[in-house]
Design a protein around this ligand. Sequence first.
Ligand SMILES: NC(=O)c1ccc[n+]([C@@H]2O[C@H](COP(=O)([O-])OP(=O)(O)OC[C@H]3O[C@@H](n4cnc5c(N)ncnc54)[C@H](OP(=O)(O)O)[C@@H]3O)[C@@H](O)[C@H]2O)c1
Length: 239
Amino acid sequence: MTGKRVLITGVSRGLGQGLVRVHLEEGWEVLGVGRSEPPEITNQDGFSFLKLDLSQLGSIGNAVGEFTAMHGRPSRVFLNAGVLGEIQDLRDTDLAELQSILDVNVWANKELLDALCSQPEKPNQVIAISSGASVNGHRGWGGYAISKAALNMLVQLYAAEVPETHFVSLAPGLVDTAMQDYMYSEPDVRKFPSVQRLRDARYTDAMPEPVEAARRIVARLDDLRQYSSGSFVDIRKMK
Ligand SMILES: NC(=O)c1ccc[n+]([C@@H]2O[C@H](COP(=O)([O-])OP(=O)(O)OC[C@H]3O[C@@H](n4cnc5c(N)ncnc54)[C@H](OP(=O)(O)O)[C@@H]3O)[C@@H](O)[C@H]2O)c1
């Protein structure tokens, strides 16, 4: 295992693609995992890609195990891939939709962690990209909020099981991605007032582009180690 090999999920766009770019710039070897490759990065030196649909539970562990056996075990892992679902009341959301959000945002990460942490060469640091929604409980955030709260606990439990690895769930702050395109145009802010704060933040420093957001996260990775393994940390509240 080299000290500079990172595995990142959900690399086709958004924060995941930003994290890929920043790590490549800093000379890291990057193992990307997701349904589609990030355009323009595909053929770059140092980047390898595993095409994998993280909603297909049951197949993830073996695929990631083989991929990392071939390309080398990562010292750093970002569990970044995620889905938002609709902003709507829970009573209007059927169980199948809630389950599909939890499959990607929670259970896929269990399979990934089992594959990565069952090896003798475990990652040094795992950062699960969570959200302020995991603790806020604002109306309309339904399946997404439940899934990120469950992700926080999943990470806390793995931290207790795997003391060799430092884990955090990290709320990355607002990032100008496809998720924000949806927030900007779709939900009814009269019914779901918390969405207005996101709209107000767009095109300001409070909602950076993905590469800038990734730089801010990577710059704080050493500081994250000062928190107990398994903690939930909101980057906006870090000293
Ligand atoms: N944007 C924000 O303001 C914000 C705030 C707090 C937390 N977050 C979190 O940050 C992370 C990244 O979000 P983002 O804003 O960058 O969103 P995004 O632009 O929608 O990107 C999501 C990424 O996840 C991948 N993904 C989704 N479903 C997948 C599946 N079934 N299998 C494999 N990959 C899948 C997508 O790949 P495909 O191309 O395959 O769809 C894409 O690469 C998420 O965990 C999100 O919850 C974002």
